[in-house]
Write a protein that binds this ligand. Sequence first.
Ligand code: COA
Length: 150
Amino acid sequence: MIQIVGANAAHAGVLAALHSRCFEKPWNKKAFTDLLNVPGMIALIVQKNDTPAGFILAQSVDGEAEIITIGVSPEFQRMGFASGLINAILEASPELTKLFIEVDESNENARSFYTQVGFFPNGRRKNYYHHDDGTKSDALMMVLAPPARA
Ligand SMILES: CC(C)(COP(=O)(O)OP(=O)(O)OC[C@H]1O[C@@H](n2cnc3c(N)ncnc32)[C@H](O)[C@@H]1OP(=O)(O)O)[C@@H](O)C(=O)NCCC(=O)NCCS
């Protein structure tokens, strides 16, 4: 059974564990505890048969929200979970007219995902990401404006 549940301070450890499965540079439990305290933060976890599979944190300000982080554990990818999390945010927050994301241009999987979900490129921050191997890559700003709301 697939369930999307709201995350609160009690989920900080679960969020950190999920994040470490999805990203090279994991955020720890304290980082998630702090993020969950930020005003306007929306945090959701998707579970399959009660096993946490993915998460999204987005900060909502004045009817627009920025995705702070989103990830789905590798074993649960390509099952529609991340798309489901985006839809869940939009459904839970009818006041949102725009959803923003800043994605590493070199993260082709994520760019394909956002494009597929309906995000459009909206700007670029040059050399924003510094990688461990010394290379840099641009941040691509992308925006989703649900047509019925824009
Ligand atoms: C990006 C990410 C969140 C996508 O999660 P997901 O649950 O697998 O995404 P979905 O199953 O909802 O994908 C929906 C569509 O997006 C596209 N897509 C998703 N992952 C893709 C990939 N790796 N390569 C190409 N297209 C992809 C596909 O069109 C997919 O539909 P399909 O599976 O029917 O072809 C996941 O790959 C992830 O956690 N990556 C590591 C962390 C990360 O990069 N997060 C984003 C940082 S900005």
